[in-house]
Design a protein around this ligand. Structure first.
Ligand SMILES: NC(=O)c1ccc[n+]([C@@H]2O[C@H](COP(=O)([O-])OP(=O)(O)OC[C@H]3O[C@@H](n4cnc5c(N)ncnc54)[C@H](OP(=O)(O)O)[C@@H]3O)[C@@H](O)[C@H]2O)c1
Length: 249
């Protein structure tokens, strides 16, 4: 059977856990070779690489903090030398430091902006020449429903994710003539470490606001990512795809 991403090379940031891990596996299952980027959890990143190899794909694991452009530049040089040129970039690495605005300090604001927004800028900036060279190119930015509707305790995170949506639309317009598509996925609450940390009573409250009555699964974000990366989605750009169980329409 024909695979959707045969011959493509992808970089997934923050692929050691959660959504990124499933996206990396999903792309590999459809034929892409995948670089697994991580920040701290080397062992988990290595485990993902072993799973990718089972699909018969090439893979490579590389540590870099996406919020540091020098580390991202080094990662690009190393990837080009050892793996090849990236034509699919999935900006996924993210953190949250939740605090009511009245208690949030500048460092908590800045750290979340640095990873969730500047990190996406850094990787897009550094890998863009690879992506434009291949006459096919995909940038997929993992945003969040919180960037669309806001959330108590997440002023920093909501600002970063809303920024990602604006960045996606502007970059999509700039890259269109190079046949590179730039899209965002806005997941709702998805079962990863990020959601595991939410107190049980808050989780129950959130569930009441989700028409489909459950949290999302990371695989459900991965399926959308595979589609947006494929040739089948060549006419979709600047789009924000909601995967949120109807929480925000
Ligand atoms: N889970 C949700 O409900 C949800 C909803 C909407 C959007 N999102 C977004 O989806 C993305 C993934 O979230 P998740 O729930 O899968 O999170 P997660 O389970 O906490 O995993 C976060 C991933 O990002 C990596 N990471 C963190 N800081 C990094 C940095 N500075 N440089 C490189 N990698 C870094 C982590 O690497 P290490 O393992 O090495 O620390 C890990 O692989 C994020 O952008 C998040 O905002 C999540």
């Amino acid at each position: 059977m024909e695979l959707l991403l045969e011959g493509r090379k992808a970089l997934v940031t923050g692929a050691s856990r959660g959504i990124g891990r499933e996206v990396a596996k999903g792309l590999a299952k459809e034929g892409a070779d995948v670089v697994v980027n991580f920040n701290k959890n080397e062992k988990m990143a290595d485990d993902i690489a072993r799973e990718i190899e089972k699909f018969g794909r090439n893979t490579w694991v590389y540590p870099a903090s996406t919020s540091n452009i020098e580390e991202v530049r080094k990662m690009k040089t190393a990837i080009e030398k050892n793996f090849g040129k990236i034509d699919i970039l999935v900006n996924n690495a993210g953190i949250n430091i939740d605090r009511l605005f009245v208690k949030m300090n500048e460092a908590e604001w800045q750290q979340v902006i640095d990873v969730n927004l500047t990190g996406y800028f850094n990787c897009s900036k550094v890998f863009l020449d690879n992506i434009t060279e291949s006459k096919y190119g995909r940038i997929i930015n993992i945003a969040s429903v919180v960037g669309q509707m806001g959330n108590i305790g997440q002023v920093n995170y909501a600002a970063a994710k809303a920024g990602v949506i604006g960045m996606t639309k502007a970059l999509a317009r700039e890259m269109a003539r190079s046949k590179v598509t730039v899209n965002a996925i806005a997941p709702g609450f998805t079962r990863t470490d990020m959601v595991e940390g939410i107190p049980e009573e808050v989780k129950q409250k959130i569930l009441k606001g989700i028409p489909l009555g459950r949290f999302g699964e990371p695989e459900e974000v991965a399926y959308a990512c595979v589609y947006l990366a494929s040739d089948k989605a060549a006419y979709i750009t600047g789009h924000v795809l909601d995967i949120n169980g109807g929480m925000y329409m």
